[in-house]
Design a protein around this ligand. Structure first.
Ligand code: 13P
Length: 287
């Protein structure tokens, strides 16, 4: 059964570890993450971007696939199915489709509009017992070769959004999606500490978990981060393993590649990456 992320994140914050959100793109990705969580007795959050949602034939298909896997694979650790960086419309669609957790990313709206839309979604999620993540201060990233520095959130705006009754808060602290550029200034722990001071016990979310050095991850957890999102690192591991397999020409036999065998090295690479992150975040044996 899918669960809200509330209880797992409250426990993580209290126990000073973080639960990983790993984004899914297809069946293999999902199966690899669920099996790794079960094998390591770790809670887990499956992230679905709106683009991945379209790719996987819509939100109801994803709910069916994940619920089916939880049953068929005997997954007993807590699993939340979470919309990642949802629009207002996307959030409503995922609530209706049966997701157990929602992120509404209103960080690009003026703060008043972010607050108004987040408030509506707090009410909708509360009725159904779903967890809700909101965002203040946009997360930077590289798009079409343009590198945007991660913006630092305003601690007072963080407090205003946290007070709406959300479950967890993503706040920009200089983090960036994708690979970090060589000249990245690092996470702003000053900003994180100021946000924590204002929002108290609210579990904080660190986006852009790929490539953040271990000591920064640990410091972030000590300052209230209880959920860390990872996407690019799984993609890189998957593509590298698949490329090596194709270059080795292992499965040709004159018939072309068997898709199940072709995807197997990528599947194993995702499992290894997810396990490594769970170790780093401290969520192993915390289910
Ligand atoms: P990375 O792709 O940098 O790991 O970030 C993932 C993320 O934050 C998804 O919301």
């Amino acid at each position: 059964m899918l669960v809200s992320a509330k209880e797992m994140l409250t426990k993580a914050r209290e126990g000073k570890y973080a639960v990983g959100q790993f984004n899914i793109n297809n069946l293999e990705w999902t199966k690899a993450i669920l099996l790794t969580a079960q094998e390591n007795n770790s809670p887990v959050i499956l992230g679905v971007s709106e683009g991945a949602g379209k790719y996987m034939c819509g939100y109801t298909t994803i709910v069916g696939m994940v619920e089916g896997m939880i049953k068929e694979l005997n997954i007993t650790v807590p699993v939340a199915l979470h919309l990642d960086h949802g629009s207002y419309e996307g959030a409503k669609a995922c609530i209706n489709a049966g997701f157990s957790s929602i992120m509404f990313d209103g960080s690009h709206y003026p703060i008043e509009e972010n607050i108004a839309k987040t408030t509506e979604l707090v009410n909708a999620c509360n009725v159904l017992g779903l967890s809700l993540e909101a965002e203040v201060g946009s997360i930077g990233g590289e798009e079409d070769g343009v590198v945007g520095a991660g913006e630092c959130a305003d601690p007072d705006e963080c407090k205003a959004v946290a007070d709406l009754g959300i479950t967890m808060l993503a706040a920009g602290i200089g983090n960036i999606h994708g690979k970090y550029p060589e000249n990245w200034a690092g996470l702003s722990f000053e900003t994180l500490a100021a946000i924590k001071e204002k929002v108290g016990d609210m579990p904080l979310v660190l986006h852009g978990g790929t490539g953040i050095p271990a000591e920064m991850i640990q410091k972030a957890i000590s300052l209230g981060v209880a959920k860390i999102n990872v996407n690019t690192e799984c993609q890189l591991a998957f593509q590298e393993a698949t490329r090596k397999y194709i270059e080795a020409g292992k499965d040709l036999q004159g018939k072309g590649f068997d898709p199940r065998k072709l995807l197997a090295p990528g599947f194993e690479a995702i499992k290894a990456t997810v396990k490594e992150k769970m170790e780093l975040f401290g969520s192993i044996n915390k289910a």
